[in-house]
Write a protein that binds this ligand. Structure first.
Ligand code: ATP
Length: 243
């Protein structure tokens, strides 16, 4: 397997507040990796740093190597063009537009470059999420939480990402819908997309991922194969709860 992403000593801060401290991680093409951690551990900040999309108040250091290329200083739109894609925690859908128009905007990069295939990708999204097809003319703002999540992932797929970063895809969803979202993640992986998943739902995330990182107060407290993390008593006690 070839190396897709290496992040070396990533730190990020907002003003004087340090949110991420010397985090290193790596993943191979085709892998699903997860970063788990409590509220405020720095997970979203880490994703935004990898995407080059920190808020203006934020500053980051460290080296990000993507497919052998140093992208640390690359602007976000170039990272998108290189195949990185982030589904942020606030899904940022265009609520007054239809489901289908949201999807087509996600494929804008393909449109723009006149790359053939956006219709096929749209079909693929609808195959993966028949619910979106049923509701393609409905305004995005009127979708249920689970449907919005599907739309956010579907829209990301429209840009044909190589590396898809998902910020808490299970947030606020009913348990049954959470299962559906994680099944989707595994199906996406079968299409060849590599996935970096940030989650508070550690149990589900470690089931879906090959490898996991535990983030505590901005630092990697532990890293390892998902199975090993799941079996770790400390991880179980702090992150897996009962049941
Ligand atoms: P959650 O699971 O609650 O979303 P998280 O692990 O994603 O948390 P971050 O959102 O990355 O954590 O936040 C890490 C720290 O940085 C927190 O202390 C947070 O208050 C702070 N922080 C995040 N965004 C900003 C910002 N725009 N300005 C100032 N501080 C911020």
């Amino acid at each position: 397997m070839s190396r897709l992403l290496e992040a070396h000593d990533i730190s990020a801060q907002y003003g004087k507040v340090r949110a991420v401290n010397n985090v290193s991680l790596h993943m191979d093409q085709g892998q699903v990796i997860t970063v788990i951690g409590a509220n405020g551990a720095g997970k979203s900040t880490l994703l935004n740093t990898l995407m080059g999309a920190l808020p203006v108040s934020g500053r980051a250091q460290g080296r990000i190597i993507y497919r052998g290329q140093d992208i640390s200083r690359m602007p976000v739109e170039e990272r998108v063009a290189e195949g990185l894609c982030l589904v942020p925690e606030k899904r940022e859908l265009f609520t007054s537009m239809s489901v289908q128009d949201n999807l087509l905007l996600g494929g804008f990069r393909q449109y723009h470059r006149r790359v053939a295939g956006w219709r096929d990708t749209l079909d693929q999204v609808y195959q993966l999420f028949p619910r979106l097809l049923e509701r393609r003319d409905q305004r995005a703002g009127t979708l249920s939480g689970g449907e919005r999540q599907m739309l956010a992932v579907g829209r990301a797929m429209m840009s044909k990402p190589t590396l898809l970063m998902l910020d808490e895809p299970s947030l606020g969803l009913a348990p049954r819908v959470v299962q559906e979202v994680f099944r989707t993640i595994l199906r996406l992986r079968e299409t060849g997309v590599s996935i970096l998943l940030v989650e508070q739902n550690a149990r589900a995330a470690l089931q879906a991922a090959d490898y996991g990182y535990v983030l505590e107060m901005g630092e990697v407290a532990m890293a390892g194969e998902s199975e090993r993390l799941r079996a770790d008593p400390g991880v179980a006690q702090s992150y897996l709860g009962f049941g």
